[in-house]
Design a protein around this ligand. Structure first.
Ligand code: 5GP
Ligand code: MG
Length: 181
């Protein structure tokens, strides 16, 4: 049982879905008539992405990219593009969907990388934000935040620990002994 490794449920399925419905209403207003390209950063975003786009009631296109910058529980502070987007975003409105904004390295990298492709605009929607972990010098601030959470390592709802726990339907804090195994 994966649940056995969870110390505390931080966000229940119901809380997450309620917040996504609110965000969906905001995003649908913002992107009416803009036909945005909604870009998900793999793999942590997949569960949030699938739920989020279904609450956007205006036309949009979907694409994905993958970057590599994180392993285990320690951010390396560097990123490379492992999978690029397939849509030409020049002149397009872009909405980046992310699972979590932590030190800020990954999203800042993604933002700069996509900005270089000259879109008409980029806005960021992250399910989770851990402002207490932000690296000095990172100024990027997501326009849309699902939940602001404390400085704990969380899993579930797409987020993994060593590729495990992504399929938990809630966001939870892992028991510390799980890291020590
Ligand atoms: P950054 O530190 O660059 O803002 O976040 C990089 C990536 O680290 C996130 O996209 C996410 O994949 C991972 N990450 C950051 N905090 C957590 C966390 O609490 N739990 C999990 N599972 N991944 C995290
Ligand atoms: Mg991620």
């Amino acid at each position: 049982m994966m649940e056995r490794d969870i110390k505390e449920i931080l966000l229940t399925e119901e809380q997450i879905q309620a917040r996504i419905a609110e965000l969906g209403a905001e995003l649908s207003r913002e992107y009416a008539d803009k036909n945005p390209v909604v870009i998900g950063v793999l793999k942590g975003v997949v569960v949030f992405y699938a739920d989020m786009v279904r609450k956007i009631t205006v036309p949009c296109e979907m694409d994905f990219m993958a970057i590599s910058s994180y392993s285990g529980t320690n951010s390396t502070g560097k990123a490379i593009v492992k999978k690029d987007i397939g849509v030409d975003i020049k002149g397009r409105h872009v909405l980046i969907l992310e699972d979590i904004y932590d030190t800020g390295n990954s999203l800042s990298f993604t933002y700069e990388y996509l900005m270089a492709k000259e879109p008409a605009s980029i806005k960021i929607c992250t399910l989770l934000d851990k402002p207490g972990r932000r690296k000095p010098g990172i100024t990027l601030q997501p326009e849309y935040v699902g939940f602001t959470i404390p400085n704990a390592f969380v899993v579930g709802y797409g987020l993994d620990y060593n590729e495990k726990y992504r399929n938990l339907p809630f966001v939870g804090i892992l028991k510390p002994e799980v890291y020590q195994k």
